[in-house]
Design a binder for this molecule. Sequence first.
Ligand code: AMP
Ligand code: MG
Length: 273
Amino acid sequence: MNFDPYFVRPRQKIDLRNWEPDDTHAWKGSDKAVTELADLTAKLESLQEQLYCESKHRLLVVLQGMDTSGKDGVIRKVFEGVNPQGVRVASFKVPTPIELAHDYLWRVHSQTPGKGEMVIFNRSHYEDVLAVRVHNLVPENVWKKRYNQINEFERLLVEEGTTVLKFYLHISRDEQKERLLERIETPEKNWKFNPGDLEERKLWPEYMAAYEDVLNRTSTEWAPWYLVPADKKWFRNVLISSVIVETLKGFDMKYPTPEEDLAPYAARLRAGE
Ligand code: AMP
Ligand code: MG
């Protein structure tokens, strides 16, 4: 699919009120999208295998969004079928005392992908200019410096060979209400409900302002954001999957070829060795 409309250009001014969370672009319904996702899933599977075998590129996928925006759903659905050997999820929760004793990027840097690896960040260093800002966990003059620090940190990753893709899952406050109710009213989903989510929900406008600053200040040539309308799960999935598949295709990967002729080994095995 054409995901260009959802690419946040560097220095583009984003006003989230102008971005419809239930936008589905040219797609009228989910049927075709579901077929397309199945096709993308198969492609992702083989591209990820090549990523792993080639052991040359590194891919970092950052997922950010409000509670219930679908970060876990993306991990489940978009990465269905990939080989767990080459893929890792890193979830960033409220920092531990040890993490808090360090700079905020310390816990993040150690989780970045190695060669051949794909790492998905479920939340990320962006919490340090989101939750931290909204809850006044550090003074303004401290979090304000972080946009530049984050851009420079990501520049380092990219210059050293990592590809960074960042997705902001944009849901409406109404859709969040439905999803929270579902978590409360479906026994199998109760475990996902956290009473604290209601406190976070009260801070919706503050979070939207903080997300706008993130999108406006940290979508760079080297590590761009995609603004993903996320009220419709099928649209969210197909959009993210398309971006990842296209990015991996761009690596122009090949299965490694052996440095020597392997035929003699086959001959030896057949001869009884
Ligand atoms: P969940 O992703 O639903 O398991 O929730 C994780 C919680 O940790 C969220 O409420 C985040 O806002 C919070 N969190 C993650 N990173 C940080 C951070 N650096 N500082 C403060 N809170 C954080
Ligand atoms: Mg949660």
